[in-house]
Design a protein around this ligand. Structure first.
Ligand code: PLP
Length: 426
C-alpha cells in the first residue's frame, strides 16, 4: 500500500511544534513513548463489545487480559472497588453516569460553565443541558471560591437528583464532605468530575472524593498523563438506594448499571488499543517517578502563581492548590483572545478563558487559563517559572510588537532545547 506521506509530514510538523514550544494548556500533557506505542497497536483491529469474560465477540481472551489489567491498576491507584475504563472520553464518562441514574427532564446541579465548570455539567449547548434540567452554583465574586452555601440553597429549593462537582478552570480543592452532606439532605447522588486534578488526587496531594461521592469520573490524558480517554469509578460498589431499574425492570448493583450505561448505553466496541495504553499509563502512575512528578506539578504551579502575582496579575482566588490558575487580565487591558494569540506568536500556548462574572463573550473572554502538567513532564522545575512569566508579561504589555514576539520565540525555542521531547522519534 502506498504510504500517505502527506499526513506523516503533518504529524512530524506537530511533533516539532510540541518540541519547540512552552505548553501551558492546563488540560494537556505529553504521554510517555510506550503509551503512544500502545495506541498504535493491533488491538485497534479487535471488536470486543461487552466486558472482560463476558463479550459479544469471539477471540477476546487476549484483550480481556489487558482491559482487566487496566481495571485492576486503576483500582489500585485510587484504592477503590470499581472502574470502567471504556469511555472514549471524559464527556462520554459523564454522559454514561447521567444515563445510568437519571431520566430525561430530571434536575442536575453543577458549577456554571462561565465560573469554571465543564460543558457536560449542564451547559445549554450540551446533551447535559438539553436532556436534563440544569441548575447552577458559582464562585464568590470577591474570593473566587465555590459558594457551598449557594449550592445548598439551590439544592434545598430545587431538589436536583444529582449534584456535580469538579471543574475545568478552578484552582482550589473541593470540600466533598460538605457536598455529600448537602446531597444527603435531599436524597441526591453526587458525581465528582476529577478530569483535571486526578493525578494529584491519585498521589494524595488533594482531597479524595471517593468516600463521599457516589460516582467519580475522569479523563485519562490530563494530569494522569495517559492516552486521550475517560474512566468511571466508584470508591465502593453499592446497591442502588433509590431503586433505579434496568430497561428490563431489574434492580441491580450500581456497577452493573454503570457498565450497561457505557455499553450498550452510549458506546459500541471499546477502543482496546487505547485501553492498553491506559493500562500502561496506570502502571507508570503506580511508580515512584510519578510521585515525584505529581509533587513537582504543585511546586511549579505555586512558583508560577507567585511570579504572576508579583507582576500585578490577578489570579482568581488569589492562588492555586492544584496544577492550574485562571488569570483575570482586565487590569492589564488585554482580552483573553488577544493574549492567547500574542503568546502563540512566541510559541507559548495557553487558552483564553472566561473569568467569573466576565463581561466579555466566550469567544473573546477576559482571562487566560494556564497550567503546568505538560511543562513539568518536560522537566521544568519551580526555578524556571519566573522566566516563563517574565516572557508572558513582556509579550502582553507590548502586545502589538511583532519584533518582540519574534525575539522571544527564538529565546523560547532555544530554552526548550534543554528539555528533549521524544528523542526516540529522531
Ligand atoms: N470534564 C472536565 C472537568 C473537563 O475539563 C473535560 C475536558 O476538558 C472533560 C470533562 C471532557 O473531556 P473530553 O475532552 O475527553 O471529552
Amino acid at each position: 500500500m502506498q504510504r500517505d506521506q502527506q499526513i506523516f509530514d503533518i504529524i512530524r510538523q506537530e511533533l516539532e511544534r510540541q518540541r519547540h514550544g512552552i505548553e501551558l494548556i492546563a488540560s494537556e500533557n505529553f504521554t510517555s513513548h510506550q503509551v503512544m506505542q500502545a495506541m498504535g497497536n493491533v488491538m485497534t483491529n479487535k471488536y470486543a463489545e461487552g466486558y472482560p469474560g463476558r463479550r459479544y465477540y469471539g477471540g477476546c481472551e487476549i484483550v480481556d487480559m489487558s482491559e482487566q489489567l487496566a481495571i485492576d491498576r486503576a483500582k489500585q491507584i485510587f484504592g477503590i472497588e470499581y472502574a470502567n475504563v471504556q469511555p472514549h472520553s471524559g464527556a462520554q464518562a459523564n454522559a454514561a453516569v447521567l444515563l445510568a441514574i437519571l431520566q430525561p427532564g430530571d434536575k442536575i446541579l453543577g458549577l456554571d460553565l462561565s465560573m469554571g465548570g465543564h460543558l457536560t455539567h449542564g451547559s445549554a449547548v450540551n446533551f447535559s443541558g438539553k436532556l436534563y434540567q440544569p441548575l447552577f452554583y458559582g464562585v464568590n465574586k470577591e474570593t473566587g471560591l465555590v459558594e457551598y452555601d449557594k449550592m445548598e440553597e439551590v439544592a434545598l429549593a430545587e431538589k436536583p437528583k444529582l449534584i456535580i462537582c469538579g471543574a475545568s478552570a478552578y484552582s482550589r480543592d473541593w470540600d466533598y464532605t460538605r457536598i455529600r452532606e448537602i446531597a444527603d439532605k435531599i436524597g441526591a447522588f453526587v458525581m465528582a468530575d476529577i478530569a483535571h486534578p486526578a493525578g494529584l488526587i491519585a498521589k494524595g496531594l488533594l482531597n479524595s472524593p471517593f468516600a463521599h461521592c457516589h460516582f467519580v469520573t475522569t479523563t485519562t490524558h490530563k494530569t494522569l498523563r495517559g492516552p486521550r480517554g475517560g474512566m468511571i469509578m466508584m470508591g465502593k460498589d453499592f446497591e442502588n438506594p433509590f431503586g433505579l431499574k434496568t430497561p428490563k425492570g431489574e434492580i441491580r448493583m450500581m456497577s452493573n448499571l454503570l457498565d450497561m450505561a457505557v455499553f450498550p448505553g452510549i458506546q459500541g466496541g471499546p477502543l482496546e488499543h487505547v485501553i492498553a495504553a491506559k493500562a500502561i499509563s496506570f502502571f507508570e502512575i503506580l511508580s515512584d517517578d510519578y510521585d515525584v512528578y505529581a509533587r513537582q506539578i504543585i511546586k511549579n504551579a505555586q512558583s508560577m502563581a507567585r511570579s504572576f502575582v508579583e507582576k500585578g496579575y490577578q489570579i482568581i482566588s488569589g492562588g492555586t492548590d492544584n496544577h492550574l490558575m485562571l488569570i483575570d487580565l482586565r487590569n492589564k487591558n488585554i482580552s483573553g483572545k488577544k493574549a492567547e494569540n500574542v503568546l502563540v506568536q512566541a510559541d507559548i500556548t495557553c487558552n483564553k478563558n472566561m473569568v467569573p462574572y466576565d463581561d466579555k463573550s466566550p469567544f473573546i473572554t477576559s482571562g487566560i487559563r494556564v497550567g503546568v502538567p505538560a511543562i513539568t513532564t518536560r522537566g521544568l522545575t519551580e526555578d524556571h517559572m519566573p522566566q516563563i512569566v517574565e516572557w508572558i508579561d513582556k509579550l502582553l504589555l507590548d502586545a502589538d510588537n511583532e519584533g518582540l514576539q519574534q525575539r522571544i520565540r527564538g529565546e523560547v525555542n532555544e530554552f526548550m532545547k534543554q528539555f528533549p521531547l521524544y528523542p526516540e522519534m529522531g
